[in-house]
Write a protein that binds this ligand. Structure first.
Ligand code: DUC
Ligand code: ZN
Ligand code: ZN
Length: 472
């Protein structure tokens, strides 16, 4: 008889393609058998998942952990606290960013982030590289980085310290085309933001809520169309990150209709927050929800739901980028500082999957298979980690989530596992949460307790992104 370390019995197994009842056997961290019924041996651990959905562990393709800042702010999560919170919310693979400083080589940037992650991560991780300085030497480094397992590169169209000119973006896109890598683009029109910011400040409109006006949907739409055009010019697929507005979605929809191979991502803040969460004039607490692009209006929220359901979006990521509500983070320049001085970003690693399972799947807005596709399979494929990650199959890593979809839970930051001192979803009720998270065959979350350990997560060198049209 085969020996199994763990058997999950009677599961409602959900992949991006299927939904069937069966048992899953795990040995040495891998899925080794899936069958209608499997027999455990004497020392096999058994989880009875009767009546419960079991999905692949989440792959969060967009998070910021221990990322160096350029303004003196300090992100709340390092690789331990960030990946701990991921595991407790059902995410078993994370893709944070290694950011290049101007003047720095990409290989030095990567070495820095390996030091930050080493021995700390509780779940497996891979890196995207942020290119802030696209010199000829840096462009020439891209093929080597791809060969070493860094196959995705984020570029910014805004932020003084990060943005690339269109000409430098074209240089990066050409390099990703030649090396089969993925470019991820933050698409907001920088001049629109600074022009609007200046006008708003001249009128004394500095409260957090004006952040949403400065980062207009029109500026996002224009930059999205420009990013698509640059990608079309070079004839290379790109992925537009954190898409927030109906206007930007329309550009992506148009591009795909033209046969331009554009992938895109949205995030929980564009489904569950609106610009109203940035507060009123005399309340600085709205700074807690400042992120870029900002949460929009109810119409854009609806457009984001539709684009999740109809296949326009390829992936659903957290953009976890938490800052505490203190002088290291949101209050870096004090309470009452102008909105443009507030660090951008919010927490989301732990709440990403429960929010979408609860409000997407249980409310009938998306199918369970689409949930798996958006949160696990597609990110694994697009970032070169599939089929080790992103599915339930023999030979894949035993990264699994057993869902409790019967117990309502009110989200409270006290019960979350990020080091962030608030969650933007405080007080929101969800009807789904992982009952058990298994990472590499080990139980890391069960009975509302974290049981993982720092250092158990390993670095995953990424293979080539799978970028054929319609592939995800
Ligand atoms: N872009 C991100 O990807 N994350 C946080 C803030 C930002 O502008
Ligand atoms: Zn961004
Ligand atoms: Zn981000």
């Amino acid at each position: 008889m085969n020996h199994y370390d763990l058997v999950i019995k009677n599961a409602e197994i959900i992949t991006a393609a299927d939904h069937f009842r069966g048992d899953i056997a795990v040995c040495e961290g891998k899925i080794v058998a899936i069958a209608e019924s499997l027999t455990e041996t004497g020392n096999t651990r058994v989880i009875d998942a009767a009546g419960r959905r079991v999905t692949p562990g989440g792959v969060d393709a967009h998070c910021h952990l221990d990322q160096a800042s350029l303004d003196g702010s300090v992100g709340a999560d390092d690789f331990f606290t960030g990946t701990r919170s991921a595991a407790c919310g059902g995410t078993t693979t994370v893709l944070p960013f290694a950011m290049q400083f101007k003047g720095q080589s990409l290989s030095d940037a990567v070495a820095d982030y390996h030091r930050r992650a080493g021995g700390k991560a509780c779940v497996d991780y891979s890196f995207h590289l942020i290119i802030t300085d696209a010199t000829p030497e840096v462009i020439a480094e891209i093929p080597q980085m791809v060969a070493q397992g860094y196959t995705s590169f984020k570029i910014y169209m805004t932020y003084d310290a990060l943005k690339l000119s269109d000409s430098h973006i074209l240089d990066v896109l050409e390099a990703t085309r030649l090396s089969g890598a993925m470019a991820m683009i933050h698409a907001e029109n920088d001049d629109c933001i600074s022009w609007l910011t200046q006008r708003l400040k001249q009128q004394g409109k500095t409260a957090p809520r004006y952040h949403a006006q400065a980062h207009s949907a029109i500026g996002e739409r224009e930059a999205t169309h420009r990013a698509i055009s640059l990608a079309e010019l070079v004839d290379v697929p790109v992925l537009l990150v954190h898409v927030s507005s109906r206007a930007a979605i329309e550009q992506i929809h148009w591009a795909r209709g033209q046969g331009i191979n554009i992938f895109s991502e949205t995030c929980p803040q564009y489904l569950f927050l609106t610009a109203e969460d940035l507060g009123i004039d005399d309340d600085f607490h709205g700074a807690k929800c400042i992120c870029s692009p900002p949460p929009r209006d109810a119409d854009s929220q609806q457009a984001v739901w539709t684009a999740l359901a109809n296949g326009t979006f390829s992936i659903f990521s957290s953009d976890h980028c938490p800052f505490n509500y203190d002088a290291t983070g949101k209050l870096l320049h004090g309470e009452g500082a102008s909105f443009d001085k507030v660090p951008n970003g919010i927490a989301g690693l732990e709440t990403r999957l429960p929010l979408l399972m609860s409000e997407g799947v249980l409310q009938g807005r998306i199918s369970p298979q689409r949930f798996v596709e958006l949160t696990s399979t597609a990110p694994a494929r697009l970032y070169g980690l599939y089929p080790r990650k992103g599915t339930i199959a023999v030979g894949s890593d035993a990264d699994l989530v057993v869902w409790d979809c019967e117990t309502p839970r009110v989200i409270s930051n006290d019960e979350l596992h990020s080091a962030a001192d608030f969650t933007p979803y405080q007080g929101k009720t969800v009807n789904a949460w992982p009952a058990v998270t298994i990472s590499g065959g080990k139980i890391v979350w069960q009975d509302q307790k974290f049981s993982g350990r720092a250092g158990e997560g390993v670095f995953l060198p990424a293979k080539a992104p799978f970028m054929r049209p319609g592939a995800v």
